[in-house]
Design a protein around this ligand. Structure first.
Ligand SMILES: Cc1cc2nc3c(=O)[nH]c(=O)nc-3n(C[C@H](O)[C@H](O)[C@H](O)COP(=O)(O)O)c2cc1C
Length: 308
């Protein structure tokens, strides 16, 4: 009633004053425009943000599909792919997964104790033999690793032959001499000083086994075309971590070694194909009775974990 009255009053006033009439119309127009533009400016903004996200994702997808997760070093291998867009795995049914059948202990304590005992060993017992059956089992374990698109891009070369071990040692000691004397920065050699490492590598001939872990930068199909191996380095690194744990769990010691500039010569020596690249080399055996290790501390949980 009150509004009606006011409205009627306004009508009379507007009829009497043209100025008031047009001012009122302008005011109503401005209010409607404001409400309208707020409504649509908001959804337009959201839309443009989503569009921007989609464009960003689109860009990263296109980068990923050419990069394959391979590092720069691998670019020479990442050419001349013949994409036929058929999956490398045959299509297969999905089967029920019943959960894990084995468990060490539900608290995680046992596995922690086991891995916390692991140390990098640079002095092996050359008189204590290692059963190759155990090495095979550990490599089988490493082969359970997840891998990009299940490409399983790893090759584990197991060397027991004394002559090949000697050749590997020669290759590595020659390169490491240059690495320590010329190639590595002074900071790098300073960082290694507490570990007391140098270019002499007796452990390479003392250890009963050397495992050379190769990453397959790409696969080779039966028709000789190249198959992409997505994230091959990450996949092989995870597999190597599993291998280290498996060796450790079997009571064997090892040492991750990554000697600079030795990959091509070792690859050549072992006659590995062009698609493979040496990732790491592990001497494996039992530690010598007089083996020493640096007294290192590991970071506590609160320095390596952040909870959200
Ligand atoms: C990627 C990687 C590369 C390594 N390269 C070498 C190496 O070339 N020579 C060596 O004596 N130790 C090497 N190590 C061993 C480290 O020095 C060792 O893991 C580190 O000092 C910690 O000691 P721990 O393994 O006993 O816990 C390497 C370890 C990793 C993970």
């Amino acid at each position: 009633m009150y509004i009606m009255f006011t409205f009627t009053e306004l009508q009379i006033l507007c009829a009497e004053s043209i100025f008031l009439k047009y001012s009122l119309a302008l005011l109503i127009f401005i209010i409607i425009k404001q409400v309208w533009s707020r409504q649509f400016a908001c959804s337009g903004n959201e839309k443009s943000q989503i569009e921007k996200k989609v464009i960003d994702i689109g860009q990263s997808i296109s980068i990923d599909s050419t990069n394959d997760g391979a590092d720069d070093d691998d670019n020479d291998y990442n050419t001349n792919y013949v994409d036929d867009y058929k999956p490398h795995l045959p299509e297969r049914e999905h089967i029920p997964y019943g959960g894990l059948t084995e468990c060490l202990d539900r608290s995680g304590e046992l596995f922690y104790k086991l891995t916390n005992d692991r140390r990098s060993i640079r002095k092996f017992n050359k008189n204590k033999p290692v059963d190759i059956g155990v090495i095979k089992k550990c490599i089988l374990t490493a082969g359970t690793s997840p891998s990009g698109a299940h490409t399983e891009p790893w090759t584990f070369c197991v060397i027991q032959d004394a002559q090949i071990k000697r050749k590997i040692r020669e290759i590595i000691e020659t390169e490491e001499y240059l690495n320590y004397k010329q190639r590595m920065s002074r900071q790098w050699t300073a960082d290694l000083r507490p570990l007391k490492t140098d270019f002499i590598k007796e452990y390479l001939t003392d250890a009963p086994f050397i495992i050379c872990v190769f990453k397959q930068v790409y696969g080779i199909r039966s028709d000789a075309t190249k198959q992409r191996h997505y994230y091959n380095e990450i996949s092989v690194s995870i597999a190597t971590g599993i291998l280290l744990c498996a060796l450790n769990a079997a009571g064997l010691n090892s040492l991750v070694t990554t000697p600079l500039n030795c990959g091509p010569a070792i690859k050549n020596l072992l006659n590995r194909p062009q698609n493979e690249k040496l990732l790491v080399l592990l001497p494996v055996g039992y530690s010598a009775d007089d083996c020493l290790v640096p007294d290192l501390q590991r970071k506590p949980l609160d320095q390596i974990m952040i909870t959200y």
